[in-house]
Design a protein around this ligand. Structure first.
Ligand SMILES: [Cu+2]
Length: 680
């Protein structure tokens, strides 16, 4: 029998809840404002009833033996959806992914006709993991006699050992079948509590890796494939020592600040109706997806009574985190967090300081592996905030003392934020959309949480062997090496600037030589290149060749005659490893900073639809291979942001929040600064 005592059970439960994104079944009492309109929009999250209907149809046909990995809103027919008006019935469907007989399948269910489509087998990879698939295995692996023996030898109490699963891609083909087996490689942590926690486990479960012990496991068959203990019978890096607990009661905290409060005593300024949110001219729909988390649809700006579309859909498409250590226990670590685990599934309840006091919360509906809907409380918060600098300002200093003249003008800025937070193991990721009154929209990703560490012998660089041990990372705490890695965040932004017919422009800033005899040696000007095919649109940024990456209407112009446009601004992050590497080969989207493709309803995921244990070359390289025309067409932008993470002491015991973002900026979309009319 597995050795599971009370505190361990509590931990297992916590892990289950995190992995499956499920907390309590009861709706939260603080939730407000998920007002449902009489009819659902084409972009509204699936309801519990819809999830149940789709799952029942699948189980009726395929039997109880299936594991339902993902039930999402089926991408609605775009043409039909764009003409939907509130109060009318929308066409809605569910996109179902499931495992059956060691294979992955996809089917769709139409809520109008109640018809389930024929199932298609996924051959390029497997459907994403659902919580229950991992949870049973977590318990079983932590209770394996081999694991108990190995951790005991290291002086770690097996009752306080937690082994956690990691996806493995297509490695281990010599001892398993990475195409059909459902694989996870587990490594273990000492989670003994301290600092007065008594029998409770630690608040920092990732702080004490039991290094050099890995378990390859088939989570579908609950089958041990291989256990590797690199330190069997010899001394291992220490794994049982005191660590910093994160709870306030265990920490010495500084003197509290005198309060800075946010209050909206006269109410908030945004309106929620069904899935639609209106604020300061912005209008968009918000839904929650088990894979992608928050998804925005039909985003636009009201001009009087007229809706001016800007983008049809904005969501994260994939998150890729490859580690950079060739060690037996580390080389395979590269996570496609969205396609393997699901950003929505891993979302956690928002509380405490996650959102400001004036935030409104929304519950979401997720589902179990059996397809049962589960209400997950407070997974989204929506709030307004003052960024602390004005929207615009001018002091007409020349005329400062002129009587009767107001020479100083500044207008307070207010932003609207839609937020969720996914906890993918050790990392906490905020997925924010920040709307501004000046027409800008920030797609923001905030990373915090715990660095993944490798247990090492060295406590300091002074120790013998420390330099060798620290080759692929930084000693960020005694006996813990923060291993180098990347974070890549791939987004899909379906641009619809003033309609679906758009063009992708590279507005290159080029130096122009001047004729002899004139005072200037060179002048830079803007040379606009209209990019007409998917292949030509692959964009690698170079700092010495700056260009504005612009999405322009093929039809509409502003008052001055320029095509109305939105520009995508984001930092240049490039991979250091090429697609020759099998891990990076599965993330072919990294070849470019930006791809632009012609809209196709089934091209949603930059690393492909089935990312778990996927083949190389899926996703964007395939979408762009047919080199479709993108001229005067419905086009989709795929920017990637992120960072190379060289860990440091300040990342420990918990990382300061780090912000990365893509800015959608109006460029001649308006006739003037749209925030001019903010009252004083
Ligand atoms: Cu990192």
């Amino acid at each position: 029998m597995p050795r599971v005592n009370a505190p361990m059970k509590a931990v297992y439960l916590l892990v289950l809840l995190t992995l499956s994104g499920i907390a309590a079944c009861n709706s939260s009492d603080t939730q407000e404002e998920s007002t449902s309109s009489p009819t659902k929009s084409p972009w509204q999250s699936l309801s519990a009833e819809e999830i149940e209907a789709a799952a029942n149809a699948l189980i009726d046909r395929e039997g109880n033996g299936v594991v339902i990995n993902r039930i999402s809103l089926l991408e609605p027919n775009k043409e039909t959806a764009r003409t939907w008006t509130p109060g009318t019935e929308a066409e809605r469907g569910a996109d179902l992914f499931y495992r059956s007989g060691k294979a992955s399948f996809r089917a769709s269910f139409d809520f109008g006709t109640q018809m389930l489509s024929a199932s298609k087998q996924l051959v390029s990879g497997q459907s994403m993991l659902v919580g229950e698939e991992l949870f049973g295995a977590v318990e079983n692996v932590s209770a394996l006699p081999e694991v108990i023996e190995a951790v005991s030898q290291r002086g770690v109490d097996p009752d306080y050992t937690l082994c956690l699963p990691r996806t493995v891609g297509r490695f281990y083909a010599n001892i398993a079948d990475p195409v059909n087996d459902r694989l996870a490689r587990f490594d273990c942590f000492n989670i003994r509590g301290q600092s007065g926690l008594g029998i409770l486990p630690t608040t920092s479960a990732y702080a004490r890796p039991i290094e050099g012990l890995s378990v390859l496991f088939d989570v579908e068959e609950n089958r041990l494939i291989e256990i590797t203990d690199s330190f069997a019978g010899s001394e291992a890096p220490p794994a049982d020592f005191e660590v910093l607990e994160l709870g306030e009661d265990a920490l010495d905290t500084r003197t509290p600040l005198r309060p800075i409060t946010t209050a909206q005593s006269e109410g908030r300024n945004f309106n929620i109706s069904g899935s639609q949110i209106d604020w300061q001219g912005w209008q968009f729909h918000l839904r929650f997806d088990p894979r992608q988390g928050t998804v925005l649809n039909n985003i636009g700006y009201m001009s009087g009574d007229a809706f001016r579309p800007i983008a049809y859909e904005i969501a994260m498409s994939e998150m890729f985190v490859p580690y950079q250590d060739p060690d037996t226990h580390w080389f395979y670590r590269a996570y496609f967090d969205m396609g393997e685990y699901g950003f929505g599934n891993m979302a956690t309840e928002l509380k405490g300081n996650d959102c400001p006091a004036n935030a409104v919360y929304q519950d979401v509906v997720l589902h179990t592996g059996a397809g049962e809907p589960v209400v997950a409380p407070k997974r989204i918060c929506i709030f307004e905030f003052d960024p602390g600098y004005p929207s615009w300002r001018h002091n007409e200093s020349l005329l400062e003392d002129m009587p009767g003249l107001t020479t100083h003008n500044s207008r307070r800025a207010t932003n609207l934020v839609v937020r969720m937070v996914a906890v993918i193991g050790n990392y906490d990721y905020f997925q924010d959309y920040v709307f501004q009154q000046d027409g800008r929209l920030r797609i923001r990703l905030i990373s915090t949480g715990i660095d993944a560490t490798k247990g090492v012998f060295a406590a300091s660089l002074e120790d013998a062997g420390a330099a060798d041990e620290a080759t692929y990372g930084t000693l960020i705490a005694p006996h813990r090496l923060g291993v180098n890695h990347d974070h890549f965040f791939s987004y899909r932004v379906d641009m619809d600037v003033d309609g679906t017919e758009n063009n992708f422009l590279r507005q290159k800033l080029v130096a122009e030589a001047q004729p002899e005899g004139v005072p200037r040696q060179g002048i830079w000007r803007v040379e606009t290149e209209k990019v007409t095919t998917e292949q030509a649109a692959q964009t690698v940024m170079r700092v010495e060749k700056p260009a504005l990456l612009t999405f322009a209407s093929a039809n509409a112009t502003n008052q001055m005659g320029y095509p109305t446009a939105y520009q995508l601004i984001f930092p240049n992050t490039r991979p250091l490893v090429t697609a020759e590497d099998p891990i990076y080969g599965r993330a072919g989207f990294l070849k470019n900073n930006l791809w632009v493709t012609r809209y196709q309803p089934d091209e949603i995921f930059s690393a492909g639809i089935a990312v778990n244990q996927s083949a190389e070359g899926e996703g964007l390289p395939r979408y762009a291979a047919d080199d479709e025309s993108i001229e005067n067409a419905d086009i989709v932008a795929w920017p990637t942001i992120g960072f190379h993470h060289v860990p440091m002491a300040e990342d420990w015991p918990v990382m300061p929040a780090k912000v990365d973002e893509i800015v959608l900026k109006p460029r001649n979309f308006f006739d003037r600064n749209p925030a001019l009319d903010i009252p004083n």
